[in-house]
Design a binder for this molecule. Sequence first.
Ligand code: BG6
Length: 470
Amino acid sequence: MSFKEGFLWGGAVAANQCEGAYNVDGKGLSTADVATAGSYTKARRYTDGIIEGEYYPSHEAIDFYHRYKEDIKLFSEMGFKCFRTSINWTRIFPNGDEQDPNEEGLKFYDNLFDECLKYGIEPVVTISHYEMPYGLVTKYGSWRDRKLVDFYLNYCKVIFNRYKDKVKYWMTFNEINVVALHPFIPAGIKFKEGENKMQVCYQAAHHQLIASAKAVKLGHEINKDFKIGCMILYPQSYAKTCNPDDVQLSNEFMDNTYYFSDVHARGYYSNKAKKFLERNNVKLKMEEGDEEILREGKVDFIGFSYYMTLVQSSDKNDQDEIKGNMLGGVKNPYLEASEWGWQIDAKGFRISLNNLYDRYQIPLFCVENGLGAVDKVEEDGSINDDYRIEYLRQHIKEMKKAVEIDGVDLMGYTPWGCIDLISAGTGEMKKRYGFIYVDKDNEGKGTLNRSKKKSFYWYKKVIETNGEEL
Ligand code: BG6
């Protein structure tokens, strides 16, 4: 057996991309609720509050809020051992700075987690997944203000205490390293005229890293059995050629990610990270005790997303650009790409698992992987998503090698968007990842009915045989 007993096979979603019900039962407005729909060629916009006549995909999403029982039943049919979702911060604290939580929001997650546990499915919870109270953006300028650390901690205290007997696995921030690339998505940052953008982003990130470390410490005090991880977008990079300049570029590209995971896992900023800040005229405002906080709040595991790899080239004439998850790179001639231009690289998954494990020597959890594709519903209602099965099969094969041959300590695997949901990058519905199809289109029309794709039956078998039958 390559995967250890208790390996967490499952699937992943994020509250803002599936729940909908954006303004019911006391929920406040979140940063995800002001994101319009976009496409492959048209970027999503983040409006100042809600604008009449605009279409905001998260407002209804796939209405998981009202349909979670049906959906979790389907997950259990596939044999899920775990289900990764996030708590919508604004269901618990509608504006973010209240003292007392919204009971109705808390109740929803009680019911949701109970429903999972009823089927023996472990909830794996991201505390903030590309969503936070919009009120914190307008009133405090979001994570640029250190007060956010306290608001986040209060939120953590409430959910840790409330769900301490229901949830064991937590992650503090989804893809924290995206802050420097798309500051609004993970951190609600909007720039003011003439600001040093790097200063704002990295200061906000420092506050998030402090908040994360404090949350890890607090969580362990509330329940010593909690496993609390970070979550990073892992964009494995290759040098285009063996030209040392390409290798240097590729390493520097990776440093942008390690900047974050190093602090999470090692508990301090590396010399290289400090030099990077210095070079970019960023002066981190650290408070007394911050170094200790970071040291004391090291994560238990590294959660990460893996979709693709990127390439760096120092040759100015070799910059044939491709798109990717939140970032792009130079085209890799050895790889095929998805319909959205993301380069498919199963072998890169094994390489990534090794690089991360060699660097940190703590358990890894792959909490996102998958293929965003257009699915066709046949006349008889069937959906033959062989391309998705093939993508996942190849990735699981490589994941197996990483565990079996290389000895990587991997806790689990939760393919992204196990049920079709709104794309974070484009706001589209037609970019589907699921084993379960949801009848809804890019304009928001459809019955929202669920149906099983071919991959549903395939993944069920994979879980049943603990990854032996692919
Ligand atoms: C990850 C995010 O970056 O990629 C998810 O954590 C996101 O929220 C996923 O949905 C896939 O990206 P996209 O743009 O296809 O939705």
